[in-house]
Write a protein that binds this ligand. Structure first.
Ligand code: AMP
Length: 400
């Protein structure tokens, strides 16, 4: 069975076609600059790593044209058997993936106020794919769904009741597909069933979040109503005093939209040291750059605080798991976090951390009570697996 995984943004559609027996990637690429005067189609025959792929430029006025071009490029491998769509926000309506029909599409549309930058683009991508491949079953897989198991004490803000009941203001959490995939791999590494896994997953990329996993399900996570809350990220502040909006507006006359932009695009590592690429920050820090040192310390300190909090939430902790660009590739950041947690029974093997070997890797001291794992994430494969599982389960399993 071949599953095409689509991630539609406002001006791009990224895709992978995965052959599930294996599994392996048979084609991947992206259509980008949709709506601009010169669009680009980048296609790889396989996973695309290490090669630039075939690049074609063409006017791509809308997502429907983009999707048609994408299908044209896949003509030699034929149409997929199923399509899995990444959808950022499922609100409280979706605890699981959903096979897409008119009513599911309408429910996805009703979540748009919660993710005005992402969900409309995801929906437009779905509509283009449905129109182009009417006979192919399509499934929506939500970034928020994995965290719908959080209990109210973790997801409610201490705000007036009606903000939750009328405006749906609560913590939702994101990166759920990654946290789900990595939890499964971590359980396999530890040779225990996933429903017996207590772990803290650290998804540290340009966007970053921590999740507390008890018995294989999410019981807390650091992102909230939006992906701005929690850890320090590439350009996002993570946690700040919510009074910062009012203060800035009073002190500088800034508009709310500009403050939102400042917290989302000009803060985080970039705000602290002018750079959001952790590789460059690690190099600058090693060369004695003070701003890079501070950015690195603030990043690691925030993660350590969340690990302490989630260790308290979980009681028993089996594993601390690093994933995503920084988590998988930066020994310095892993040491900056896990090298200071001996009091929690988390003891890093510093040599193994520098040279972890084949992935997934265990980089804890043999005597460490808690295993420290590095697990490469694979959101596309998880979406493909959830698509297959959703279709196999048939109607009734799908929504809410
Ligand atoms: P992601 O969003 O998961 O693609 O991760 C992107 C982040 O990973 C960027 O901040 C990169 O600087 C970081 N990254 C990738 N490779 C390395 C590396 N070798 N060392 C440090 N950071 C890295």
């Amino acid at each position: 069975m071949r599953v095409a995984v689509l991630n539609s943004g406002s001006s791009s559609i990224k895709y992978q076609v995965i052959e599930m027996s294996g599994p392996h990637v048979v084609a991947s690429g992206m259509v980008e600059r949709i709506g601009e005067s010169e669009g680009r189609i980048v296609q790889h025959d396989r996973a695309g790593e290490g090669s630039q792929g075939r690049i074609t430029t063409k006017c791509i006025p809308d997502h429907a044209t983009g999707f048609a071009l994408l299908l044209e490029g896949l003509a030699d491998i034929g149409p997929p058997d199923a399509i899995g769509h990444r959808v950022v926000h499922g609100g409280e309506a979706f605890r699981q993936p959903a096979r897409i029909d008119a009513s599911v599409l309408e429910t996805i549309r009703s979540q748009e106020p919660l993710a005005p930058l992402h969900n409309p683009a995801n929906r437009i991508g779905i509509e283009a794919a449905m129109a182009a491949c009417p006979g192919v079953p399509q499934v929506a897989v939500f970034d928020t769904a994995f965290h719908q198991t959080m209990p109210p004490e973790a997801y409610r803000y201490a705000l007036p009741e009606e903000l939750y009941t009328e405006h749906r203001i609560r913590r939702y959490g994101f990166h759920g597909t990654s946290h789900a995939y990595v939890s499964g791999c971590a359980a396999a590494c530890l040779n225990r069933p996933v429903d017996d896994l207590n772990a803290i997953i650290l998804h540290l990329g340009n966007g970053a979040s921590a999740a507390a996993i008890r018995g294989g399900v999410s019981v807390d996570t650091s992102m909230g109503l939006t992906p701005l809350e929690g850890l320090v990220m590439g350009t996002r502040s993570g946690d700040v005093d919510p009074a910062v909006h009012a203060y800035l507006q009073r002190a500088t006359g800034m508009r709310l939209a500009d403050i939102d932009d400042l917290l989302n695009r000009r803060s985080g590592l970039k705000g602290l040291c002018g750079e959001n690429d952790m590789r460059a920050i690690v190099e600058r820090r090693a060369a004695g750059d003070e701003r890079a040192r501070l950015a690195f310390e603030v990043f690691c300190y925030r993660v350590r605080k969340y690990v302490g909090a989630y260790a308290a939430v979980l009681g028993r902790l089996d594993a601390l798991v690093f994933t995503a660009g920084i988590g998988e590739h930066s020994p310095a950041v892993r040491a900056g976090i896990a090298g200071h947690l001996d009091a929690l029974g988390i003891e890093l093997d510093r040599e193994a951390n520098e040279k972890p070997g084949p992935m997934p890797a265990d980089v804890s001291n043999p005597g460490s009570r808690v295993r420290i794992l590095i697990v490469p994430t694979n959101e596309e494969l998880e979406i493909a697996r959830q698509t297959v599982a959703c279709l196999a389960a048939g109607p009734g399993r799908e929504s809410t």
